[in-house]
Design a binder for this molecule. Sequence first.
Ligand SMILES: Cc1cc2nc3c(=O)[nH]c(=O)nc-3n(C[C@H](O)[C@H](O)[C@H](O)COP(=O)(O)OP(=O)(O)OC[C@H]3O[C@@H](n4cnc5c(N)ncnc54)[C@H](O)[C@@H]3O)c2cc1C
Length: 222
Amino acid sequence: MTEYIVKILESFYVTHDVKCFIVEKPTGYDFIPGQGTEVSINTSEWKNQMRPFTFTSLREQHHLEFIIKIYRDHNGVTNMLGKTNAGAELILHDVFGAIQYKGKGVFIAGGSGITPFISIFRDLYKKKELHGNKLIYSNKTSEDVIMDFELKNMLKEDYVKLYTRQNVIGFVSRRIDRNYLIENIIDFNQHFYVCGTSDFVKSITGYLIDLGVTSNSLVIED
Ligand SMILES: Cc1cc2nc3c(=O)[nH]c(=O)nc-3n(C[C@H](O)[C@H](O)[C@H](O)COP(=O)(O)OP(=O)(O)OC[C@H]3O[C@@H](n4cnc5c(N)ncnc54)[C@H](O)[C@@H]3O)c2cc1C
């Protein structure tokens, strides 16, 4: 397995627990929007701890970008990435990933599962081919939404947000379930892209198949 040592050029928080990393791009390194790689932190303690993350930059940019949810509740890689900033080094590996654009459809994301879709949307938007795609984006609260402004700007009325929890009196929790999909999807004969936790992907794809979506039209991580 090839290893690429890259320097972090810039890092900043985009929500209370999601951090963006701009890193060097190795010469000749390329990916399809939606794909990612195994990443580790290049220190003696952490370099063997690899975790998968998705590229969110455009493939033609001269740097790579990752948007990473930091879990501060235990001493894992993302907790350490929360304390890792410009000047430090990461180790990248080969590119992999099954999520890529196959044609117009509905993108359904939970939390940090938005990252492969950010990459795909940025690419389509630049090529003026985004119109006709729709995003349904579920988060716990409005504070957890990643890249809200940019998603709204790119997708306009084809951007729908749902919150499962909200610290507001009178808030009605809305989950993506079978009834939600029946009420909000007009055509089940199109592509459906689903990304989030494994439970999220399992339940949403279960509803979609039940509603007539064929496995060929479903785009999910293997
Ligand atoms: C193909 C792919 C692409 C991905 N792309 C991205 C991306 O672009 N951005 C992104 O943010 N994430 C992405 N992920 C998810 C990301 O890989 C994980 O969030 C990351 O591996 C977590 O690493 P960790 O070492 O911090 O946590 P791990 O130790 O690996 O734990 C992962 C999960 O278990 C929980 N957990 C484990 N142990 C404990 C404990 N002791 N106490 C409390 N909770 C615990 C954590 O809360 C977390 O939900 C991707 C995943 C895959 C499979």
